[in-house]
Design a protein around this ligand. Sequence first.
Ligand code: 8GT
Length: 148
Amino acid sequence: MPSVSHPPIIHIATALIFNDKGQTLLVRKKGSRFFMQAGGKIDAQETAAQALARELNEELGITVSLNESNFLGSFTAEAANEPGHHIQAEVFRMILSTPVTAQAEIAEVIWIDPAKAPDEQLAPLTRDTLMPLAKKILLSAQPTSEEA
Ligand SMILES: Nc1nc2c([nH]c(=O)n2[C@@H]2O[C@H](COP(=O)(O)OP(=O)(O)OP(=O)(O)O)[C@@H](O)[C@H]2O)c(=O)[nH]1
């Protein structure tokens, strides 16, 4: 029977971060042309929430505490910067009201309306899964005409 080879998987923790203007935060890492969610690899001794808190501190200079209520789900996609690899991303959501500073390997930080994010500049997970999810979350958070 022919053997089936699976692509190597990079296990990461990442976040859909929103501000109060209906925008979400994306980063571009040095040496990459793709915008994606802040975050990074989960080390062996870490939970996904611990890894994400560490990465957000390293990349954006913010201190966050995360728990299960922030967890959105586990999603897979092709890796943006590692040809032939897939990622498995543990994705959390949060609202941020403090300023961020691009640090460590981050070249650029942007806040963007998910409906206006240019597909060709987005990493596959961001483009295919997380921007559509961000749009849904923002739509469901909008007040109805009775509430407005
Ligand atoms: N953080 C993050 N990484 C992503 C996303 N989408 C995606 O394909 N990746 C891939 O996952 C990889 C994560 O590796 P990384 O190098 O950023 O992680 P890290 O900060 O732990 O790096 P290190 O190994 O230098 O410590 C990125 O190179 C990228 O190719 C995403 O939305 N967010």
